[in-house]
Design a protein around this ligand. Structure first.
Ligand SMILES: Nc1ncnc2c1ncn2[C@@H]1O[C@H](COP(=O)(O)OP(=O)(O)OP(=O)(O)O)[C@@H](O)[C@H]1O
Length: 276
C-alpha cells in the first residue's frame, strides 16, 4: 500500500467531507483491502479503479452506511456513516428497471428533489422547475414522461444521475455511472458531475473501470488491486513502477492521444480499463 500524494496545502485544513481511517474489508478469508486511509475534501474528484471483485462497490456501501468495515472508521461530514444520509447522492451500479415498471422518469427525479423517497411526493412549482432543470441537464426531457421500464439502459442511467444531484449533495458516490452510455452521453454525464463539484463544492467518489472519460477531471485516484491499494494524483499512480509494485508483476502504462492504457494486468484481475 502506498499513499503517493501527501495531503498538504490550504485545502488540507478544512474538515474532509469523507474520511476513512484504517479501513479494512474482508470477504470470507480474502482481504479486499486493509489499512485504507482516505480523506476526500469539498470539491475533490476521486476515481476508484480496480478489477472485478476488488471491493469498489463494497467501499461505496461502507460510505453509505450499508456495510460495516471489518476494521476502521468511515466518517461523512464528521459523523459515522449511516443509512439515509440526506446529503449523499448515490448513483448505483447499473440496474435496469423491470419492463413493467410504471414509474416515469420524471417521477424518479422528483423523488430526489422533494426528499420524500418513501410515500407520495408533494410537489411544489419550485420542485417541478427543479425537476425540469435536472432533466434538461442530463438531456432526458424527450423520454421523461415514459414509464421507466420502457427506457433503454442508457436513458435510465441519465435519469439516475439527475436524481442523485437533486438533493444538493455534499458527497456524490458514483458506481460506474458511465456504463451503458454512448460517448456523447459519457461526456455529458461526466461534465455534469464535474460541474457539480466545481460550482457547488460537492465531493465526488467515482468508481470506474475506465479512467479515460474522466482523466482530465480527476484530482486523485484510489487504485485497488491484490488486496492492496495506492492513492495519489493520476500522474503519480498511473505509472509502470507504481502499478507493477501494486500488482506484484510487471505492468506497463502507455499514454496515447490523451488516453491511458494499462498493459500486463494479471488475468485474475479481470480489468476492463486495460486496452491492449
Ligand atoms: N454481501 C456479500 N456477501 C458475500 N460476498 C460479497 C458480498 N458483497 C460483495 N461480496 C464479494 O466481495 C468482493 C468484492 O465485491 P465488490 O462488489 O465490492 O467488487 P467490485 O470491485 O465493485 O467489483 P466489480 O468491478 O465486479 O463491480 C466480490 O468477490 C464479491 O463477490
Amino acid at each position: 500500500m502506498t499513499n503517493a500524494s501527501p495531503e498538504s496545502g490550504p485545502a488540507a485544513e478544512a474538515q474532509p467531507v469523507l474520511s476513512v481511517r484504517g479501513g479494512a474489508l474482508r470477504v470470507r478469508d480474502r482481504v479486499l483491502w486493509s489499512g485504507l486511509d482516505l480523506d476526500v475534501r469539498a470539491g475533490e474528484f476521486i476515481a476508484v479503479l480496480g478489477g472485478n471483485g476488488t471491493g469498489k462497490t463494497s467501499l461505496l456501501r461502507a460510505m453509505l452506511g450499508e456495510r460495516r468495515l471489518d476494521e476502521g472508521t468511515v466518517l461523512v461530514d464528521g459523523h459515522a456513516a449511516h443509512r439515509g444520509h440526506r446529503r449523499i447522492g448515490y448513483i448505483p451500479q447499473q440496474k435496469i428497471a423491470a419492463p413493467g415498471t410504471p414509474l416515469r422518469g420524471r417521477d424518479l427525479v422528483a423523488l430526489g428533489v422533494n426528499g420524500t423517497r418513501w410515500g407520495p411526493p408533494i410537489s411544489t412549482r419550485a420542485d417541478r422547475q427543479r425537476v425540469d432543470a435536472l432533466l434538461e441537464a442530463v438531456g432526458a426531457q424527450a423520454f421523461a414522461d415514459r414509464p421507466l421500464g420502457s427506457l433503454s439502459g442508457g436513458e435510465q442511467q441519465r435519469l439516475r444521475v439527475a436524481q442523485s444531484l437533486a438533493d444538493d449533495p455534499t458527497l456524490l458516490l458514483c458506481d460506474e455511472p458511465l456504463m451503458s452510455l454512448d460517448l456523447n452521453h459519457q461526456r455529458a454525464v461526466s461534465e455534469l458531475i464535474d460541474a457539480r463539484r466545481r460550482e457547488h463544492g460537492t465531493a465526488v467518489v467515482f468508481v470506474t473501470h475506465d479512467i479515460n472519460p474522466v482523466l482530465g477531471m480527476v484530482d486523485r485516484v484510489l487504485y485497488l488491486a491484490q488486496g492492496r491499494f495506492t492513492v495519489g494524483r493520476p500522474d503519480e499512480v498511473l505509472r509502470d513502477d507504481v502499478l507493477s509494485r501494486l500488482y506484484g508483476t510487471p505492468v506497463e502504462v502507455f499514454r496515447s492521444r490523451g488516453r491511458v492504457i494499462v498493459v500486463g494486468v494479471p488475468e485474475t484481475e479481470h480489468h476492463h480499463e486495460v486496452i491492449a
